[in-house]
Design a protein around this ligand. Structure first.
Ligand SMILES: [Zn+2]
Ligand SMILES: [Zn+2]
Length: 561
């Protein structure tokens, strides 16, 4: 029997996530599981109703991450109201797992381990154990964090997921809601790395009607509030959406009001007077016109946090923020020799097509067995291969590097003799995250004493919304780096963005150069530079404060300690 009610995109995505979760219990193919997860997240972010698409016999495989098999599952969910494989799996697994399946973000294997260790068997007991601190005490902070995120319907998403969502919302507003112009302002426009609220400013002849129409986004999007000044919605993909009208003649003021942080706005209005008054009385159709009138430099959205930017804008001293065009290379990437997928030559050519002068190959060191870290022998072979390739290549140079593990005692994971043969090193922590702040800091300080230590890779190991990272005393690490001539990395992997913009600012202020690196594991990932640049701009970095804006000969000089 086909169901009568139309399914929202969120409901369809939930079923795919549930299926992915049960497939992990069954130990099914991890690529298949990942494919279902990716499809679920694509569907959550779509503006068009997937239910309608299916009923109109649209080709779902046209959407990113939806292949033939998954398109079939989606059709089944919509037309049959259920998914056979999911029902079948639910019948096979024990009842505890069926209960866990109500929370598709939990990892059932981990939950079952907790059940055993704590002596419980249900979700309510799990919640209790979490709240009482028992899980953290018995199984550590990371496990507790996983459970917390799995149980609480988190509304936050990572910035790069917001990019496609924002595009979908914009498209829907313009095509379906009689909106003339729509801009995502707020945290999103400032490139805050985790987004819980999306703020849209819209120009429309009839705000109330436009807001009403938006309820059809993604099949069905519940409206929480509606007034003449704003409307809020619970988006299927998590964050709250707040929509506010901006008038054409005062669009500039509306954008400024809805983009800056609270502190920024309070500093700004000391110069300009109340913005809500201005929105009623003045007429600034662009932000540029507004800043000009108050004799301020244009403040890039990424800087509107309420630090020193209003002051600098008055003095005409805002930094010229870094852009892709300023970069001359990328200093952290992997090849098929460790856990990447492409060859040395493919990485080199990908760098060349981005107009870089150099790319640094930094495969993993031996103790990272899970990533197929290179033995000394294999690294030697790679060094020779790079020398040979460099003779053949034109217009791009491969630099010889390695992502060297910082071992628990602060030693580097290769003997000095081989490190000496490299152009530079990226040194990172990949193990023993549980060491405390003091130990972790000492570990890095000791590693920096090795004169082959050049760049500290992903300094805190954080994974946004997944794990908090280990604690370090950043001030002490910065001091040591300054003394020893070491550098920091801003890892552009959009789930890391490590160092954070806040820490990057401290590093810049200490006069230490930062490498904005992609940590690519394939040629395609070189494009993730975009995300590192967003955070670098938030940190106020200009060309001069970034390591990989320098020429090959300059950076090689800087690396010689
Ligand atoms: Zn790493
Ligand atoms: Zn890496």
């Amino acid at each position: 029997m086909p169901p009568t009610a139309q399914l929202s995109n969120a409901e369809i995505a939930d079923r795919l996530s549930s299926l992915a979760q049960l497939l992990t219990v069954k130990g099914d193919n991890p690529y298949k599981i990942r494919a279902y997860r990716r499809a679920a997240s694509t569907i959550r972010g779509l503006g068009e109703s997937v239910d309608e698409l299916v009923r109109n016999e649209a080709d779902l495989t046209a959407y990113e991450g939806i292949g033939k098999a998954i398109a079939g599952s989606v059709r089944e969910i919509v037309l049959e109201g259920k998914l056979g494989t999911l029902e079948k799996l639910r019948a096979e697994v024990p009842p505890e797992v069926v209960a866990i399946n109500q929370h598709p973000r939990l990892d059932p294997k981990r939950v079952l381990r907790i059940y055993k260790k704590v002596g419980i068997s249900s979700i309510p007991e799990l919640r209790k154990a979490l709240d009482s601190g028992q899980i953290e005490e018995m199984l550590g902070a990371r496990m507790a964090q996983h459970i917390r995120q799995g149980l609480i319907e988190s509304s936050a998403i990572v910035l790069y997921h917001a990019h496609s969502l924002v595009a979908a919302i914009q498209h829907f507003l313009l095509k379906q809601c009689n909106v003339v112009r729509a801009i995502a302002a707020g945290d999103y426009r400032r490139c805050v790395e985790v987004i819980s609220n999306l703020d849209f400013v819209v120009e429309t002849p009839d705000f109330l009607a436009s807001a009403e129409s938006f309820q059809r986004f993604g099949g069905r999007t519940p409206m929480l509030e509606l007034t003449s000044k704003y409307a809020t919605f619970a988006l299927p993909s998590g964050p709250l959406l707040r929509m506010e009208p901006g008038a054409k003649q005062n669009w500039g003021v509306a954008l400024i009001r809805h983009t800056g942080s609270k502190t920024h706005l309070s500093r700004l209005t000391r110069v300009t007077g109340s913005l809500s008054d201005l929105e009623r009385t003045a007429s600034f159709s662009t932000e540029e016109a507004f800043y000009k009138r108050y004799e301020l430099q244009f403040i890039p959205p990424e800087l509107r946090e309420g630090l020193d930017e209003v002051h600098l804008a008055r003095e005409g001293k805002l930094p010229t923020l870094i852009t892709q065009e300023d970069l001359r290379g990328d200093l952290h990437m992997h090849t098929e020799a460790s856990d990447g997928v492409d060859t040395l030559e493919q990485m080199a050519l990908a760098g060349k097509s981005r107009h870089y002068a150099y790319v640094g190959i930094s495969d993993h060191s031996p103790s990272l067995k899970i990533a197929n870290g290179l033995s000394v022998e294999r690294l030697k072979k790679q060094i020779r291969a790079i020398d040979k390739l460099n003779e053949k290549l034109s217009g791009i140079r491969l630099l010889k590097s390695a992502e060297v593990d910082i071992l628990a005692d602060g030693a580097l994971d290769y003997p000095d003799e081989i490190l000496h043969e490299l152009d530079y090193t990226v040194c990172s922590i990949h193990s023993r995250f549980a060491m405390n702040k003091e130990q972790q800091t000492e570990r890095i300080l000791r590693a920096m004493d090795n004169r082959h230590f050049n760049i500290l890779g992903h300094a805190t190991g954080r994974l946004l919304l997944k794990r908090p990272g280990y604690e370090i005393d950043i001030e002490r690490v910065i001091k040591q780096a300054k003394q020893n001539g070491c550098f920091f990395e801003l890892n552009s992997s959009p789930d890391r963005l490590d160092v954070s913009a806040e820490n990057a600012r401290l590093i810049r202020e200490a006069g230490i150069l930062i490498a904005i690196s992609t940590d690519s594991h394939s040629t395609g990932e070189l494009a993730t530079m975009r995300f590192g640049l967003e955070q670098a701009r938030r940190a106020g970095l200009d060309k001069n404060s970034v390591l990989n804006t320098r020429s090959v000969s300059d950076i090689l000089k800087l690396f010689a300690r």
